[in-house]
Ligand binder design. Structure first.
Ligand SMILES: [Fe+2]
Length: 183
């Protein structure tokens, strides 16, 4: 497996496991009438904001997609247009999740209902988004990008993680993912 694509796909699996954990939390809270705390919401929203958006979507948009644009792809036509629009939609939902999670005390029933509706939208959006990338966009990138360009994208991804995100932050997000997936 090519390094850049292999790493992005491995991150997809990690993101899916956190989405599954969020779904378990929501289902269990609905089934048992339990409250979800702002701290729990903050943990998920921080993971989506920092790891999914800055780290993962950052590498896709700034490194892989931008390389593909030089090899005949267009950000104005599908599948890239659709995927970029979904990144934007995801960011808008995460902003709401962050805002709900910033509450000081316990959240009321209406706010919890609102959180659950936004969280379910996000789970559905990201699951179908990841499926499109895994099945359509990433195979297209493997076909379209010459090996030296793919190697350069892989090196740039490693550099992005090391210098733009940082080893300490990355290991913090991985620890958070591990904790969240124990739910
Ligand atoms: Fe992705």
């Amino acid at each position: 497996m090519l390094t850049a694509i292999g790493n992005l796909m491995a991150e997809h699996r990690q993101i899916e496991s956190v989405l599954n954990a969020l779904e378990r939390l929501i289902n269990s809270s609905e089934r048992h009438g339990q409250s979800i705390t702002p701290a729990q919401i903050r943990d998920f929203a921080d993971f989506f904001n920092e790891f999914v958006d800055h780290c993962h979507h950052g590498k896709e948009e700034e490194l892989l997609f931008s390389a593909m644009l030089k090899f005949g792809f267009s950000s104005e036509s599908d599948p890239m247009q659709c995927l970029l629009a979904e990144h934007t939609e995801g960011r808008q939902i995460v902003r709401v999740l962050l805002q709900i999670g910033s509450a000081e005390g316990p959240i009321d029933t209406d706010t919890q209902r609102q959180f659950i509706a936004y969280a379910r939208n996000y789970i559905d959006l990201l699951r179908s988004h990841i499926l499109k990338e895994d099945r359509i966009l990433l195979p297209m990138a493997i076909q379209a990008l010459p090996p030296d360009v793919m190697q350069a994208v892989g090196d740039a991804c490693t550099d992005f993680d090391a210098h733009h995100i940082g080893a300490a932050a990355l290991s913090g997000w991985r620890d958070l993912a591990r904790r969240l997936t124990q739910i």
